[in-house]
Structures are given as structure tokens and as C-alpha cells.
Design a protein around this ligand. Sequence first.
Ligand code: PLP
Length: 488
Amino acid sequence: MSSLLEDQGFGGNLDPHDWRPVREQAHRMLDDMLDYVEHIRERPVWRPIPNEVRAQFRSLMPTTSTDLTSVHDEFMRCILPYATGNTHPGFMGWVHGGGNIAGALAEMLAAGLNANLGGRDHVPIEVEKQIVEWMRQIFRFPETASGIFVTGTSMANLMGLLIARTARLGIDVRRYGVAAGPARLVAYASSAAHGCIAQAMDLSGLGTQQLRSIPIDGRYQIQLEDLERAIATDRKAGFLPFAVIGTAGAVDTGAIDNLAGIAKIARRENLWFHVDGAFGALAVLARDLAPLFAGIEEADSIAFDFHKWTQVPYDAGFILVRDGTAHRNTFASPASYLGREKRGLAAGDIWPCDLGPDLSRGFRALKTWFTLKVYGGEAIGAVISRSCKLAHYLEGRIAASPKLELLAPVTLNVVCFRYRNEDADRLNAEIVVDLHEAGTVAPSTTTIGGRLAIRAAIVNHRTDKRDVDALFEAVIARGDALKHARVA
Ligand SMILES: *Cc1c(COP(=O)(O)O)cnc(C)c1O
């Protein structure tokens, strides 16, 4: 029966017949990745994908085997050179983490263990609980708090709203649906909130129209008086306000809402206070930045990513919930095949599958545990703090340049600016595309007050002054060249 497997060089199963060449190949693969990261600065940040490379990925499903060495060769030729580039110090687009070697090696260990963290009694779950405990400590949440790893903050924000919904309407909402509730639920977030908040309203069946977009002030923080007014108006109109989402590190500008101010309103109005701290929340690890987040410890739930500023390899999102019972009440579902025992492999009363929509789950906690242990909170805090200093340095250079203008105040690590010109939107969009193709630095764009901005989000721990200077000079050089080409 296993002759096909044996003919193709395997043992009687998918394991190798002879482990020695696999072991040698494994070491080569490890060395290739260490070389990649060690010499990342020598590569372009990103390069366009040649047609023949793209065509490699339009082939038929393989039915016969290919040697591991040749598949890896194909990876080296066709995949590795054409990655996003967020490992590169010149990458400043969107908000991407740079990854780290300890975390990458831990991913390999996790893949070897092939643990399923949906539940059962094994130490990988204890590792995840250890991270929950660490997060509970740094955010000063009570012992009744609970938390869980998810893909990213988009998922964590959705879960936060679902928990808020169940807390507001009671556990019966899971059976009868929101339409059976006493009134339509309404949530609040600032106009600078990430798009996944509106998406969470959509996915949860609450409807994007039920998310009130509250104006921001000159510092890009939610206007608290407008928030209070909107709640009062909705109550008068018969709606049921249930949640307010504060942003700790806005995607466009890095702005942090007045979290203590929101907490006060939330408590008075009986609203669930959820914080979207996707990249910003873990800046509490930086001593100089922690005061900006005052009030985050009063949240009912916080969503954040270890894969952004904490540099854990993708993906590693997380949600921390103050009231562990509310968390469980939203997701736990009894099933005969998931019974719990007092002893044995099926022991443990709360399993991670009781705390989110996933049953089978990977070991995201391991790369996070390695990262936090190998570097420690202070070094990670220092990385976060340094990217903010670099952002302020760039802000200073822009302010001193007559050719450039700053489009938003710099709170953390995000700098929005542009090359001054009549046709500035088009010109700056072109500058950014040209920079991507040149491969030295890669910022992205956003729109600030209706104007297109070049947006540099300094997240990567490898980014230093050289890269920020390179961005500054490249924007001016490209801007000058494009402007003159137009005039000519
Ligand atoms: C990145 C980000 C998100 C989305 O997080 P993912 O991990 O990409 O799902 C949400 N909110 C903010 C403020 C972000 O920066």
C-alpha cells in the first residue's frame, strides 16, 4: 500500500526514508534565512514582480513529488526576493513590524511541535496563559481578566464588539439575535478610527450605520463633548448606545484619544469601553511614552498586535478582556466532542476555544514568548521609543525645509508630509510609487484633511537615522525631478 510513498523516496508515510539529507537541507534553509536577515540592508526594500516569476504561481496542482531541495531553490529564486520588504530598515509604509530572529526560530519550533491550542491539557496552553498574565500585568487589569491570541487587531476588534454586545443584551442574544433586542445598538468611535471598526459592525450584523463617527480635534483626538452629545441624541431617538471605541495610536497619524476622558463617559453612560491599540498599546513598554496612554487600564477590552511594534513575526494579534466571564459568555459553546475531564489530556475547565471563534489554533504564543523573553520589555520599549525619536527628527527636517510641508502633528511614530506643489496630490502619489520602485525606502500614502500625504510609519527596529535621511532626500530629489519634468 505504501509503495507509492516508498517509490517517491519517503518512508512508509510522509517522513523521509533517509533523514540525513533532510537534516543537511534543513540547515541550509536555516542558514539562508539567517543570511537574508543579516544582509537585508544590501537588498532593495521591494522590487516589481517580473511576469515570468508571477507565472510560476499559475501552475497546476502537483500530483507527484518534488525534491525538498528543488522546492527550496524555487523559494530562493521566486519568493524570497519579491516579499513585501517589511523586514528591511527602509520600509516605512502602512504599519508593519520588522520581525525578529528569536521569534522566527520559535516559529520553526512551533511548527515542529505542531501543537493545536484550541484546548486540552498541555504546556503550549500554559505558555499562552503566561502571555495573558503578562499583558494583564502591564495593562494593570484585575485577576478576573482573560485574553487570547488571534490573527490580528481586525479580529480582536470584532471580538471586542461581540463581547460588548453580549454584555449589553445578555447571553440570550446569542440565541435570538440582535434583532430581538429592546432597541438598535449604537457604537461610537472617532472619525480617525481604523476601517476595521466599521467592518466589525458590519460583520457582527449591527450595521456600519450604527457606528457614529465622532469628529476629531486639532490633535486628531476624539472630541469628548461631541461624543456626549451624540450619545444623548441617540438615547432620545430610542437607540441603545452600547460601546465606545478609543484609539490608542491612530493608523493615519499615531494620535492617541483621551482614554481617561472616554473611560469616564463610558462608565457614566454604561458603555463598554474598547481600545483599538493595534500598534500603539504596547508603547506602554516605553517609559517615556507610557503616560500618553493614561486611562487604558480602565478599558473593558484592549485589542493589539504583537506583530507590529513588538516585532513578533506575523501573525500575532491579541485581545485582553477585563471581565473574563463576559468574554467566555460570548464564545463558549458546549459540544459533546469537546468534553472536559478532571484529569488526563482533556483536563482544564476553560480552553482557548471558549474565548474566540476558532477551534483549531496555532502556537502564536511561542514566538511571542521567545521575543519577550529574549529581548525583555525594556529593550522592546527602547525600540518603540527610538522610532518615535526618529519620527520627531524627520518632523524637524521637514519643518526646516521650504520644499516640504507637514500635514499632521507627530504624536508617536507616524509622519504625514508632502512635497509642496500646485498639483500636489498627483505629484506626491507619483513620488511614492517611484520610491517603491527604486527600492531604497518605502513609505505609503494617506489622505489628511482631503489632501494626499506621504506617510512614514517608523515601526521597524532596524530603521535608523540613515533611512530617515534617505527618505527625506529621496522625496525632495523625486519631487524636484517630477516638477521640472512637468514644467518642461
Ligand atoms: C493595523 C491596525 C489595525 C488592524 O490590525 P491587523 O492586525 O492588521 O488586523 C487596526 N487598527 C489600527 C489602529 C491599526 O494600526
